[in-house]
Design a protein around this ligand. Structure first.
Ligand code: 9YT
Length: 135
């Protein structure tokens, strides 16, 4: 069994900050759950373009207010109790009006230090197959 508190992750490798958000990664690939689980705090008055082309993500808002806008124009309000799932690898803008605290789940799991690249994407980390030993 694994028990972790967000407070114990602060300042460790599992604490990843960017200009618009900070993510505390409670579960990662190395925890072998098949998904990763993060508490993400999005800073107020920010807009982040995101496109998880290699990952599926579900997000549950526990605090704050904001919105998500798909590139086709649809806008959804985010407030505590709202979940959104990027089941179609949807390109979107995430806007925080106030500080937002979000619980995020990624499949496949993140490995740890991922940061968005210029496309708003995380790389897909694929492990090399183990070398076959000569018979
Ligand atoms: C909601 C969202 O995707 N925010 C960006 C950070 C991401 N959740 C992460 O890496 O934890």
């Amino acid at each position: 069994m694994i028990v972790r508190r967000v407070a114990e992750l602060i300042g460790t490798e599992r604490d990843v900050a960017t200009k618009n958000w900070v993510s505390r990664r409670l579960l990662l690939k190395q925890d072998s759950m098949g998904f990763s689980l993060h508490e993400t705090t999005v800073f107020p008055d920010t807009e982040t373009y995101i496109w998880y082309k290699h990952h599926l993500e579900a997000v549950f808002c526990v605090e704050g207010e904001g919105e998500i806008q798909l590139v086709d124009g649809a806008v959804y309000r985010i407030e505590p109790g709202v979940m959104y799932a990027l089941n179609l690898h949807d390109k979107h803008y995430l806007r925080a009006k106030t500080k937002m605290r979000l619980v995020c789940i990624f499949n496949p799991p993140l490995t740890g230090r991922e940061m968005h690249d210029e496309e708003g994407t995380y790389p897909l980390v694929v492990e090399a197959a183990p070398e076959k030993s000569a018979a």
